[in-house]
Design a protein around this ligand. Structure first.
Ligand SMILES: *[C@@H]1O[C@H](CO)[C@@H](O)[C@H](O)[C@H]1NC(C)=O
Ligand SMILES: *[C@@H]1O[C@H](CO)[C@@H](O)[C@H](O)[C@H]1NC(C)=O
Ligand SMILES: *[C@@H]1O[C@H](CO)[C@@H](O)[C@H](O)[C@H]1NC(C)=O
Ligand SMILES: *[C@@H]1O[C@H](CO)[C@@H](O)[C@H](O)[C@H]1NC(C)=O
Ligand SMILES: *[C@@H]1O[C@H](CO)[C@@H](O)[C@H](O)[C@H]1NC(C)=O
Length: 226
């Protein structure tokens, strides 16, 4: 079931520990492989170029994130109350077709999976500590509940994002969370963050138990630009 991720994990584990590039202080550990061929525009359907950051922004990290989107049942609908995820360096495998444009198809299997298998899988990934670049969570340190990308785990700083664009997933928006372009509202780990190639994370359309919480597993590609 997780063939694609087993392949990815094997590729990651087999890699040498040398870094192919340097990054500015704050951006976390340098990508393990060169990002010169990495191209966000090539990942995006032609009509989603609104998700591209300004052309003078420079790509600093390409990652895959695994975690949960959290919801609370409010008045019959699940309202998003944040997310928790771990982000991993995929610079060495991002050119594989299954990791680039076909990623969301490949990882759409995730939504079929029960929570325990997903947790086991995440634990395995987390053990590949040297590939973890950042922790993703939400906090209210800038006044409103906002997404934080904290690169402390790989020696960097943090960035708190503010939405510039929010576009429904072009493949299966009822199942996969939206694709986003964020700009930095605080922190210097990045100037822009793009979330795309999402898999899972959406809640059921309605709920009946007020204040009931829900964690919906999801995965996505996150791109960081300086
Ligand atoms: C992009 O094109 C697809 C296919 O034609 C369409 O379903 C989708 O709504 C479009 N998205 C935007 C943001 O224009
Ligand atoms: C990119 O250009 C904009 C204006 O065109 C400027 O405000 C910004 O500082 C530039 N960013 C970088 C990273 O050079
Ligand atoms: C819930 O919905 C009802 C009816 O639409 C509305 O009167 C009420 O203010 C809503 N409550 C909250 C907490 O949104
Ligand atoms: C989201 O759910 C996870 C798993 O239950 C939990 O650890 C985390 O604290 C929750 N975060 C938010 C922002 O609700
Ligand atoms: C739901 O949570 C809110 C805020 O904590 C609280 O005011 C309300 O009484 C709760 N409603 C129910 C039905 O538990």
């Amino acid at each position: 079931m997780y063939a694609i991720f087993k392949l990815a994990a094997a590729a990651l584990v087999a890699l040498p520990l040398v870094s192919a590039a340097t990054v500015a202080p704050g951006q976390g550990q340098a990508p393990k492989c060169s990002l010169s061929q990495a191209n966000l525009a090539a990942d995006l359907p032609a009509n989603l170029t609104a998700l591209l950051p300004p052309s003078n922004a420079s790509l600093s990290q390409v990652t895959i994130g695994f975690g949960t989107q959290n919801y609370t049942c409010t008045n019959g609908s699940y309202v998003n109350v944040g997310a928790v995820a771990q982000l991993f360096d995929i610079s060495c495998i991002q050119e594989l077709p299954a990791i680039s444009s076909a990623l969301s198809q490949a990882i759409n299997e995730l939504e079929q999976v029960d929570g325990e298998s997903l947790l086991n899988f995440l634990t395995t990934l987390a053990k590949m500590g040297r590939f973890q670049l950042a922790n993703h969570y939400f906090d209210t340190s800038i006044g409103t509940l906002s997404p934080v990308f904290n690169f402390q785990v790989s020696g960097g700083d943090y960035v708190i994002g503010k939405k510039l664009e929010d576009i429904p997933d072009p493949f299966n928006p009822a199942v996969n969370v939206d694709w986003l372009l964020l700009t930095a509202a605080a922190g210097d780990a990045a100037k822009y963050v793009v979330r795309e190639q999402t898999a899972g994370g959406q809640p059921p359309a309605s709920c009946s138990v007020e204040n009931e919480t829900l964690q919906a597993p999801y995965a996505a590609k996150y791109w960081f630009f300086a």
